[in-house]
Design a binder for this molecule. Structure first.
Ligand code: SF4
Length: 452
């Protein structure tokens, strides 16, 4: 039941208003929602448990999946009748992509705001509170990043921290440069202050975020590069693990591997999306590196003293991908031996260059290639995870499965580890787990009670 009448909440009445944010998509979106929640908390809103109980419902959308806009409109349709009682807003990639068209198709929506304009959210929210009905934030022309006083973090143990927003690459299949705007790095002092605040409030693991995280260039006079920033964040007292995602192969340098080797707090994991094993397809995708250049970077990682897990993204069936090109992707998989892989069938997205290319690979063939690729990757993951049976892994515990009598968490290599323990209250702790079984997507083990 609502604690405020809609009229009072819209007018900014005495009783506190509530909000609910539904988030789709990547970690950047998840973290954006945390920051948006922070903005709203700062304005006196309180979180609602579900959309029905909220005065303000926001959809933070993603356009990676096919027919994303259609899905958003059908989700918005479910709130048409409730829109007299609540304010509805659309955020994220679909908001940026569809813009004011959203008001035409869903006139009960009050706010449309793309991610490059989130810094304006406090003013935009003030506008809808004052009765504004078609409030938009759709600028891409910005050199600012989204800074908030408060961020409401949903995971109490691992915190996301954005270091760079937007993207200056122009991959043919990707809408991000159009929806998130040009690349903007945050000043190192703002990042380090946030890392210290996180450590002070009990976080021990930080995940640095950016669409191209390793393109980071400190805009302040200190002028830190990515690797220097990594070292500084790991040096923050109380921070035990630092991860970063997503790295662009073009900007991936050998000193990142050297930093991981020499800095125990940097996690043993690099996500390095390749997208295709064929140089011809990479060129068509505008990925700015060849297969050989990518493999050279893999060689650096595999030559490290620490075993670093490598994960990647692959798109099959990009326009012009022949059977030979696909075979090259399969041979790359075999050569690299990824620890995990996110793989998709190509489908054209609005506002991308690939939309103008002829989609040459039939759907059925895309599906066939994807299942061959995924099955092969599954076998690779089983084999790689089996090499860890008998080892002891340090796990940051972040979940308890009471019904299964198990705890769960992640190793430094980002593997999910499920385990049993005679102890209670392990959430947030780092524990040693002896692995006795491995599957394609997780490890199973038992708590070793002495420290690693
Ligand atoms: S590097 Fe390419 S795939 Fe990644 S966000 Fe930029 S344009 Fe998109």
């Amino acid at each position: 039941m609502l604690e405020t009448t809609p009229e009072r909440s819209r007018a900014g009445g005495a009783r506190s208003k509530s909000f609910y944010i539904e988030t789709f998509g990547c970690q950047m979106n998840v973290h954006d929602s945390e920051k948006v929640a922070g903005v709203l908390l700062g304005r006196g809103y309180r979180p609602a448990e579900n959309p029905a109980q909220a005065d303000l419902v926001l959809y933070n959308t993603c356009s990676i999946r096919e027919k994303a806009a259609q899905k958003v409109f059908s989700r918005l349709g479910e709130f048409k009748s409730a829109s007299k009682e609540k304010l509805i807003g659309v955020l994220g990639c679909v908001a940026q992509q569809e813009g004011e068209e959203i008001f035409e198709r869903a006139p009960w929506v009050s706010l449309v705001c793309g991610s490059a304009s989130y810094r304006k959210l406090p003013e935009l929210v003030a506008e809808i509170e004052a009765g504004g009905r078609r409030v938009t934030g759709l600028d891409l022309d910005t050199d600012e990043t989204f800074e908030t006083e408060i961020t409401r973090r949903d995971n109490p143990y691992r915190a996301y921290l954005t270091i760079i927003e937007g993207c200056d690459y122009g991959c043919a299949f990707c809408v991000v440069p159009r929806t998130r705007g040009p690349e903007r790095s945050r000043p190192s002092s703002a990042i380090l202050n946030e890392a210290r605040r996180l450590a002070d409030s009990g976080y021990t693991e930080i995940q640095l975020l950016g669409q191209t995280v390793n393109s980071y260039r400190d805009p302040s006079p200190r002028g830190m590069g990515f690797v220097e920033l990594l070292r500084e964040v790991t040096a923050v007292r109380g921070i035990r693990r630092v991860r970063f995602t997503t790295s662009h192969p073009n900007d991936f340098t050998r000193d990142t591997v050297a930093a991981i080797d020499s800095t125990p707090a940097l996690c043993d994991h690099i996500h390095l999306p390749v997208q295709s094993g064929s140089t011809k397809v990479l060129r068509a995708m505008r990925r700015t590196y060849t297969r050989e250049e990518y493999l050279e970077k893999i060689f650096w990682i595999r030559s490290a003293q620490r075993p670093i897990s490598i994960t990647s993204d692959i798109i099959v069936g990009f326009p012009g991908e022949t059977e030979t090109d696909f075979d090259e992707t399969m041979s790359l998989l075999e050569q690299v031996q990824y620890d995990a892989l996110f793989s998709f069938k190509f489908s054209p997205r609005p506002n991308t260059q690939a939309l103008d290319l002829t989609d040459t690979v039939p759907e059925e063939e895309k599906g066939r290639r994807l299942s061959i690729l995924q099955e092969h990757q599954r076998q690779i993951q089983i084999a790689r995870n089996e090499t860890l049976v008998g080892t002891t892994q340090e796990v940051l515990v972040d979940a308890q499965h009471t019904a299964r009598g198990q705890w769960a968490g992640r190793s430094t290599s980002n593997r999910v580890v499920n385990f049993t323990s005679p102890r209670e209250n392990l959430l947030g702790e780092y524990v040693s787990v002896k692995v006795f079984r491995a599957g394609p997507n997780s490890l199973v083990g038992e708590h070793v009670l002495q420290p690693i």
